[in-house]
Design a protein around this ligand. Sequence first.
Ligand code: FAD
Length: 424
Amino acid sequence: MTSSSIGAQGRSDVLVIGGGVLGVCCAYFLREAGKDVLLVDQEDIVAGSSYGNAGLIVPSHSVPLAQPGVVGHALRWMFNPESPFYIKPRLELALLTWLWRFRAASNARRRDRAMPVLRDLILASRDLYRSFAAMDDMDFGFEERGVLYLFNTEKGLREGEHEAELVRTIGIETETLGKQEVDDRLGVNTTVVGAINYPQDTHLTPASFVRALATRFQAMGGKFRPNTRVEGFERDGRKIVGVRTSKGTLEADEVVLATGSWTPKLARDLGIKAPIQAAKGYSITHRRPEGVPEIPVICAESRVAVTPMGDTLRFAGTLELAGLDLSINQRRDEAIRRGPPAYVPEFDTADMELIEVWAGLRPVTPDGLSLLGRSPRYDNLTLAAGHAAIGMSSGPASAKLVTQVITGEERFMDISLMDPGRFG
Ligand SMILES: Cc1cc2nc3c(=O)[nH]c(=O)nc-3n(C[C@H](O)[C@H](O)[C@H](O)COP(=O)(O)OP(=O)(O)OC[C@H]3O[C@@H](n4cnc5c(N)ncnc54)[C@H](O)[C@@H]3O)c2cc1C
């Protein structure tokens, strides 16, 4: 990605901070609405969590992480170094407050309130991806083949059916399949007891999408500056009047904060509470051998997603609350590889060419809803952060809403539950 030629002290209508799926989609829609937009990133386009994720666009994930029973599960897993969910024990006020809020949000009433919001964001994003995929210069491997949740235990299948029942209450389609139907669909001989297909789920290659949209944004006259780290803000009452960066101070009428897991630090400087914890996950990408299924699956008991992306195959999983730490824990990497062959023998990676092992940080709020909309403290600051494990799925529609907030257009859905001021 090339940087634009504007001077270091340039002024724009909107400054978007963060070059992940959220920031790039915001920059694109704002430019499309006629704004002069400058996008900056401390590194480059798609340097964060939007790079190596599983690429699943999943109405099936319209249930927030905070839900009844999850705290008990988490406590059981916490002490197992290979478990799919882990909290690194540390006495940090931000983590303890976050856990307290997470526990408070883990009930049926809060979950049921959040679900339609997540569904609407994800379905609207899927429609936006569909229209992007129809554009000539936007090749990002968008495929509408559903996602199969595979189960290799009866208990797992029962839990999966319970979850399917829940999402059916908000209109998401589901289809329960027996082993033979699963084998027929995937074209392999699996060892599962059954599966649930979510036909509205889709998939794509995430980095290809974000890069293609950033290129399109620049072709439309949008400006991008890489290696420009935001370090602080200059304020005048309820207005941000300057943004201090490693490359000098930038000025803009409007500022959008789309910095994923790095948001709390910048928000603190502004006196805003943004309780986002970084939830680390890994992905392992291999060259896809002949005969490996072309439909994405989630190996439910192991909690590992397997996504075909062009001629590659990506395994993704684990959720570790360990702070802003991107180190790769070998035992978890091995646990991710070990899970999927217990469902589909073709997923054994022993003879597959390895392309990349990657770690990324999901920006997770305690109640599973992002911080989306105007800041309560500043008239010219809008937040677009905290999209947790569904930022690819809900990013484009969230960015459309950010654009509608800034241009004053009517919003296509109610965003009050995502109010960035709800944590004080
Ligand atoms: C293993 C894994 C699998 C996942 N699978 C899926 C999936 O299948 N489907 C799905 O919907 N979601 C998935 N996710 C979640 C998804 O990746 C995230 O929700 C999404 O990428 C968040 O996007 P973002 O733009 O908010 O953050 P990021 O992509 O992290 O972007 C934030 C950007 O801000 C920049 N930045 C930070 N601080 C500063 C600063 N001070 N100055 C300038 N720039 C700064 C960073 O460099 C970064 O580029 C997965 C995540 C992981 C880790």
